[in-house]
Write a protein that binds this ligand. Structure first.
Ligand code: ADP
Length: 206
């Protein structure tokens, strides 16, 4: 049963602050939100980016589509309302990490402007760094890393993004990485160069 609002007493004002945790970790936290078609390269880039940040002493947490769907969101499917709830929970979890000073790397198709807008609203605009991992449906289908495009073409996967469900090109991403044009190495380097100044920026509080 859902608790009544009058019975909920948040303790935010009595807990340690994000700035205290960032100071301890010597880093600024941010949510790096990778969006793109299945097979565009999100997980590959997220994994490499996390390694590279770890080498530089940055504490990170990677949240990836399939991992999250196997755990906290294992009761959700792919219809529009489930996709929205999937993203809402992920955004709330990301917000907890960011409040803890942790750099959070999110790898989710997050196909529509609506779902990305929801994520940005929950996380907060200043903590949300959107990266469009760009690759055409044709390129992703050719890679077909998980065999999902073949299944979708056979009609075995309803609501498959790019085939039978829409993907809105992000309107105003902080960074665009075209994985048809750049190697994995170059893609990660490019993103790292954008993100490191944010994480290591001296903001007077660190
Ligand atoms: P997604 O997580 O978006 O579904 P994956 O990372 O699982 O995609 O798969 C992307 C595939 O594309 C991998 O096989 C990867 O080796 C390949 N690929 C080719 N070029 C790039 C690049 N520049 N960045 C990331 N992946 C790339």
């Amino acid at each position: 049963m859902t608790s009544k609002p009058e019975n909920i007493h948040p303790i935010f004002d009595r807990t340690l602050k994000r700035v205290d945790k960032q100071k301890m970790l010597n880093q600024n936290s941010v949510v790096i939100w990778l969006t793109g078609l299945s097979g565009s390269g999100k997980s590959t880039i997220a994994i490499e980016l996390e390694k590279r940040l770890h080498e530089r002493g940055v504490l990170t947490q990677l949240l990836d589509g399939d991992n999250v769907r196997a755990g906290i969101n294992n009761n959700l499917g792919f219809k529009a309302e489930d996709r929205l709830e999937n993203i809402r929970r992920i955004a709330e979890v990301s917000k907890l990490f960011v409040q803890c000073g942790v750099v959070t790397i999110n790898s989710f198709v997050s196909p529509t402007n609506d779902v990305r807008e929801l994520a940005k609203t929950i996380i907060g605009e200043k903590d949300y760094f959107e990266v469009y991992i760009k690759a055409s449906v044709e390129a992703c289908e050719k890679r077909d890393v998980k065999g999902l495009y073949a299944k979708a073409r056979r009609g075995e996967l309803p609501n498959f993004t790019g085939i039978s469900a829409p993907f809105d090109v992000p309107l105003n991403p902080s960074c665009i990485i075209d994985t048809e044009l750049s190697s994995i190495e170059v893609s990660v380097e490019h993103l790292l160069n954008k993100i490191l100044p944010i994480i290591k920026e001296k903001n007077g509080k660190i």
